[in-house]
Structure formats: structure tokens, C-alpha cells
Design a protein around this ligand. Structure first.
Ligand SMILES: [Zn+2]
Length: 152
């Protein structure tokens, strides 16, 4: 069974080598669909009985990273020398320096990799992070998913 929790946040970025307007500084209302997979908890009399995981726990686990680290931040590629220099000189900003150009595809994989280990399989149901669907605009998303070995 798969369940999905949606989280949104605001973040700036630029795609330095983009051929068009995406190379300029701008921001998005990002939306991420966090999909968690596993069997239903069958242990009786626990809060999670009949669930894959509590939706509130997906939110709590994910926001620990997304809201604290990414909300109202500006994602900067470490090779973007102009912006790296700016953020070194200027205070009051929230730069997130990453080793990749911050396209939707790379940000989706980044979030997946940051959250993957945070989902503990407490009830031995095979609980794990299945995919991250990152909406950069209302009509564009990147989907990062790992193939589940037991589904092959
Ligand atoms: Zn953009």
C-alpha cells in the first residue's frame, strides 16, 4: 500500500546555465508529494493499526528538513560563484548551497536522499520512502522513485 502526504514551501533559486529566464533569480511555491510504501500495521491496539504510517508522522519527519532547512531559503549551486560571493558578504538570507544545479529533477532526488533514512520500519511492515514528486509550478513536476526490490 502507498500513501502520500503533500507539503508546500517557498524557495528561491536559479538555473545558471539555462537558455532562458530560469537563469535569473526567482522563486517558486514548491509542492512535494511524499509517497511512503509498506504493509498495513496489523499489531492490535496501537495508534497506527490499519495504517502504513500516520500522515502526521510523514509531515513531522519531512518538515524537520523541508520547513526548517528549505522554507524561505535560496538554493544555490556551489559552482554559482556570483551568488556564493553574494551570500558570503550578505547577512539575513538563508542560502542552501548544494553540489548540483537546482533543477526540479535534482531537487526531487536531493529531498528523497535526505528523507530516505528518516522513515524507520518500526513495525516490520517494509515501511520505506517510495517516491518524491516535486511540483515546481502548477503544471510541471519531477518524479524521483526507487524501484522496490520486493515488487520486482
Ligand atoms: Zn525556477
Amino acid at each position: 500500500m502507498k500513501i502520500v502526504k503533500i507539503i508546500q514551501w517557498d524557495m528561491g533559486h536559479r538555473v545558471l546555465n539555462h537558455r532562458s529566464i530560469c537563469r535569473g533569480l526567482h522563486g517558486h511555491r514548491y509542492k512535494v508529494e511524499i509517497c511512503v510504501s509498506g504493509d498495513l500495521v496489523s499489531k492490535p491496539d496501537v495508534s497506527e493499526e490499519g495504517m502504513v504510517i500516520d500522515f502526521a508522522d510523514i509531515k513531522k519527519i519531512s518538515n524537520h528538513f523541508i520547513h526548517e532547512k528549505l522554507d524561505h531559503a535560496f538554493m544555490v549551486w556551489e559552482k554559482d560563484e556570483e551568488l556564493i560571493k553574494f551570500f558570503k558578504q550578505s547577512k539575513g538570507h538563508k542560502p542552501v548551497i548544494v553540489p548540483f544545479t537546482p533543477t526540479a529533477e535534482n531537487v526531487a532526488a536531493y529531498i528523497f536522499n535526505r528523507l530516505q533514512d528518516k522513515f524507520q520500519d518500526i513495525y516490520k511492515t517494509g515501511l520505506h520512502l517510495h517516491s518524491i514528486k516535486l511540483w515546481e509550478t502548477p503544471t510541471s513536476y519531477a518524479l524521483y522513485e526507487k524501484v522496490d526490490l520486493y515488487e520486482l
